[in-house]
Write a protein that binds this ligand. Structure first.
Ligand code: DC
Length: 235
């Protein structure tokens, strides 16, 4: 039995830069509220990954758009991640290499608009959706919008800790940490400076800086705000 009951068709938008904790916070909120959680970054990662496997030049907008229906044809986007040809391929999509591919295709306006309906449809019955432009473009009608952020150093540290775990990187390797921070800054710059749907807090989004907060503290803060706005109630 859940502790909280959300209003019908509640849509929560969570945006923020890489390493701001969007994914973790969205997942935890989803567990608390019993709402589906949709990571839109995975969608861009999938398109970048598939396009690259098909040798489509990621900067060639007409070529990516022409290939898009074929790239997406055997794809299913569910709450547990992205399935391709019947197999869950989420872990393959999470690499830094695929993240860079995603950032490239995500800067193409035609790709963004082609993916708009896909995103709106999956959220139509209520969801927590995380990305870069959810509050501003994808779900401007979301009843709650949060923009998560943290210092670049802290975000790089979190990303590095994640990678150290996954790839068994040497945790004493200071160069690898500097490299992660550099890559993160490059990706943030591209995401924030693109002309179409740049990374930006919506005017009505609440900005939460998690540099010195842990996951529980952020989740508690967001639940308190949702409760105060009468978007959720205790069961
Ligand atoms: O959140 P992520 O690292 O999985 O996102 C991968 C890339 O996709 C990131 O560089 C920004 C882009 N992206 C986007 O432009 N818009 C979204 N709604 C989600 C991700």
């Amino acid at each position: 039995m859940l502790d909280w009951q959300p209003i019908s068709q509640l849509k929560i938008a969570i945006d923020g830069p890489s390493g701001s904790g969007k994914g973790t916070i969205a997942k935890r909120l989803g567990e608390e509220l019993g709402l589906p959680v949709l990571d839109t970054g995975l969608l861009y990662r999938f398109v970048g990954w598939r396009a690259s496997r098909e040798h489509v030049l990621l900067s060639d907008e007409p070529a990516v758009i022409a290939a898009l229906p074929g790239l997406m044809s055997d794809m299913q986007w569910c709450v547990d991640g992205i399935h391709y040809e019947g197999q869950l391929c989420t872990s393959e999509l999470r690499s830094e290499e695929v993240g860079a591919m995603a950032s490239q295709v995500a800067s193409l306006p035609a790709v963004r608009s082609a993916l708009l309906d896909v995103q709106r449809n999956v959220a139509s019955q209520g969801a927590i959706m995380d990305g870069r432009d959810i509050g501003t473009v994808v779900l401007p009608d979301a009843q709650a919008k949060f923009f998560l952020t943290a210092s670049v150093r802290e975000r790089a540290r979190r990303r590095w800790a994640q990678l150290s775990n996954k790839d068994k990187m040497d945790v004493r390797d200071k160069d690898s940490m500097a490299q992660v921070q550099f890559d993160l800054e490059q990706r943030d710059k591209r995401d924030a400076e693109r002309s179409c749907a740049p990374l930006l807090a919506a005017d009505d989004a609440l900005v939460v800086d998690s540099t010195v907060l842990n996951v529980d503290q952020v989740v508690d803060r967001l639940l308190a705000i949702l409760h105060r706005r009468q978007l959720i109630r205790p069961t």
